[in-house]
Design a binder for this molecule. Structure first.
Ligand SMILES: *Cc1c(COP(=O)(O)O)cnc(C)c1O
Length: 442
């Protein structure tokens, strides 16, 4: 991975153009993709695209939050103010689990620990670089389908920075959206139906001129934003952990942790062995656990997610119920697990409830996101059955929390839909409303 190829040598010559900060490669085909704004491989490979940064060693920037790691984010300037993940040792939880080298990385709101993500989940780590990157690439407006946390993160960033964002959510997710300052640049659409219906509407809206689909796992800004959890963990403890624990729905955070670790390995100062991914889903909806336990790249709905609709309704953490995760795609979660000798865990609601209590008592976060409890459930099991060593270095990603804490410090503003769409209603009316709204941003 050298940046002294012919193109760059030419750049350094007569034109004096700066060497680009990063380039984009198709993981599946291995070729460089010239148009860095693409979400998919233009040569048709079923693959994620990945950023390759010119800085081989990670310099720490004097910016707050995730922008401390701006060298490995696909943006030129920070979007401030910004929070980030915070890593800290947790003596009580370590003692209870018999682990000597456990570090917690928390993404949420817990100012006593320096955690200032006011939208309360690690989705805020994705939203900031995504908005900044789109702005730098010409100012297209992102369209986001969300079941809650992602929408809230983008709404909060839009309110904070005054950048336009289109968010599409299922009706029942509307109450989950709030901002800590009034949002004036949001186009929120509420859809009668479930998350899949919201995705269908968002696809139609993203085709409106001036808009782009946010891209989910295919968006490199999103993955590299989430990857700062691994970067921050390694920088804080001085090395890559041996094990990384997280609850997953799409698995994007797992892919991001793996990609960040690949960059840290290349840096050379943080160790040579990629952390093993330990990723958890919430039973009874566990498609990736089922496919991975068979070492199968394809998720087969009838085998891996039977009774999907019912089972989705039975979990304590519905942010973990993605039915279309980037698992099989080249560079996706199957590859991340295969390359890191990873494990998947199916964690029950009962284990989750027990873990939630442990987090409250030991980490001191009173309202961790239920997803975090699922991750801790997996850690409790792994520590108990010896699949991780007592002295191994462990990084536990507590992906959200602080929903109550944030209300003590801020006036919380609900976000009202500007448009609603019924189950069999044509999307055209909303498209026209969106076009009119966009004309304001000319
Ligand atoms: C989205 C989400 C997850 C799962 O993240 P992925 O890596 O995208 O699967 C976990 N915890 C919380 C709080 C989330 O919002």
């Amino acid at each position: 991975m050298s940046f002294s190829g012919p193109a760059n040598r030419r750049n350094r010559g007569a034109s004096d153009a700066p060497i680009p900060k990063y380039r984009v490669r198709c993981v599946g085909g291995g070729e460089i993709v010239e148009d860095i704004s693409l979400l998919s491989c233009p040569n048709g490979h079923d693959s994620l695209l990945r950023a390759e940064y010119a800085d081989r060693r990670l310099p720490l920037a004097p910016h707050p939050g995730i922008f401390r790691y701006i060298a490995w984010l696909p943006v030129r300037w920070p979007l401030l103010p910004a929070g980030g993940p915070v890593a800290f040792p947790c003596k009580e939880l370590s003692r209870e689990l018999g682990l000597t080298n456990l570090a917690v990385s928390f993404s949420g709101y817990f100012p006593e620990q320096g955690a200032t993500l006011t939208s309360c989940s690690f989705k805020e780590l994705e939203a900031a670089p995504t908005l900044q990157r789109l702005f730098e690439l010409g100012g297209k407006i992102p369209v986001i389908a969300s079941a809650g946390n992602t929408g809230r993160a983008f709404a909060e960033l839009s309110a904070r920075c005054g950048r336009p964002v289109v968010i599409v959510v299922p009706e029942r997710a509307v109450p989950r959206l709030f901002t800590t300052q009034p949002a004036h640049d949001l186009f929120l659409v509420s859809v009668a139906g479930d998350y899949s219906d919201a995705i269908a509407v968002s696809n139609a809206l993203a085709a409106v001129p001036g808009c782009v689909p946010e891209g989910g796992a295919k968006n490199i800004a999103r993955r590299d934003g989430m990857g700062t959890v691994m970067l921050d963990g390694a920088v804080t403890i001085g090395r890559m952990p041996d094990h990384y624990f997280q609850a997953v729905g799409s698995g994007t955070g797992g892919v991001a942790a793996w990609e960040a670790a690949i960059r840290l390995r290349r840096d050379g100062r943080y160790g040579t062995i990629l952390p093993r991914l330990h990723l958890a889903q919430n039973a009874p909806f566990t498609p990736m656990v089922s496919a991975w336990n068979d070492r199968r790249r394809e998720i087969i709905a009838t085998i891996d997610m039977p009774n999907a609709r019912e089972n989705v309704g039975r979990v304590m953490s519905d942010v973990l119920t993605n039915r279309n995760p980037p698992y099989a795609i080249a560079g996706g979660l199957y590859d991340a697990l295969a390359k890191t000798d990873g494990s998947m865990y199916s964690v029950s609601n009962a284990e989750g409830a027990e873990a939630l209590k442990r987090i409250r008592e030991t980490v001191g976060i009173i309202d961790p996101d239920p997803a975090a409890a699922i991750a801790v459930g997996a850690l409790i099991r792994a520590a108990g059955n010896g699949s991780i060593g007592a002295d191994d270095h462990v990084l536990l990603n507590i992906t959200g929390g602080g929903y109550e804490r944030v209300r003590e410090d801020f006036v919380v503003h609900p976000v009202e839909p500007v448009a609603g769409i019924g189950i069999h209603e044509p999307v055209e009316t909303v498209i026209n409303e969106l076009k009119e709204w966009i004309s304001r941003y000319g």
